[in-house]
Design a protein around this ligand. Structure first.
Ligand code: DC
Length: 225
């Protein structure tokens, strides 16, 4: 008897590419679990900042990571007893997360936690190294991207809808800076690996992107009701 591992669809890509929304919808359509790995890096950044840990101290950060008391429940993310779903999305937290994500010890300390999300009937995982490092045996690997200008525009629209004032030029600059940091770091850099399907969503809407991922993963027909 052959035992098939729980299928994983890995969706990697740069900041604000919309991969979170697409990954969540794909997971919903297939009835799969969902891992937002970026949220884990954001949580480490938030926990470290709050406890006064120096963001340049790799060992102290890996300790924070190992002891992270976090619960993902529906759309809520709790650190200890506090719902931090909004706090981890603040721009300051995004920048801190991108900095600490460059440390090998932090990445190593998050590995088992990420892999624990792999449960029946399947998982859709989004991040930067889902297909290359965390789930190298994923059944489908997708690199979802869009032009930096389009990503800045989408992030701007999102923030305006939430009533948060934002400057599109500053957002674009931040996105470019994070792209640079995420792509040039020595460990698990953001890249389109071999066997990865490149999906450029610059001129696609969310539904079209979701359909494209499902078509590529080829478990759409079986998984959908
Ligand atoms: O996907 P996001 O914007 O929420 O991720 C926040 C930061 O975490 C981002 O700058 C890069 C880092 N990250 C990473 O290095 N590896 C992942 N698998 C996910 C996120």
């Amino acid at each position: 008897m052959t035992i098939h591992p729980v299928p994983v669809i890995a969706i990697d890509g740069p900041s604000a590419s919309g991969k979170g929304t697409v990954a969540q919808r794909v997971a919903g359509k297939l009835g799969f679990h969902y891992l937002d790995s970026g949220a884990l890096y954001r949580l480490v950044a938030l926990a470290a900042t709050r406890s006064g840990v120096d963001l340049g101290d790799e060992t102290a950060l890996s300790e924070v990571t190992a002891h992270l008391d976090v619960v993902f429940e529906d759309s809520e993310i709790r650190l200890g007893n506090e719902d931090v779903s909004d706090a981890i999305r603040a721009e300051a937290c995004s920048n801190a997360a991108s900095r600490i994500a460059a440390y090998p010890q932090v990445r190593q300390a998050l590995l088992a936690r990420q892999r624990a999300f792999r449960r029946c009937p399947g998982l859709v995982a989004d991040g930067r190294d889902m297909g290359s490092v965390v789930f190298p045996d994923a059944v489908a690997k997708i690199f979802l991207t869009a032009s930096a200008e389009m990503r800045a525009e989408r992030r701007h629209k999102q923030l305006m809808e939430k009533g948060v004032d934002a400057n599109i030029a500053t957002l674009l600059e931040d996105i470019r800076e994070r792209d640079r940091r995420d792509s040039n770091r020595a460990v698990a850099p953001l890249q389109v690996g071999a066997g990865t399907f490149l999906l450029d969503t610059t001129s696609l809407n969310i539904e079209q992107a979701v359909e494209s991922v499902l078509r590529h993963a080829d478990i759409g027909a079986k998984g959908r009701a």
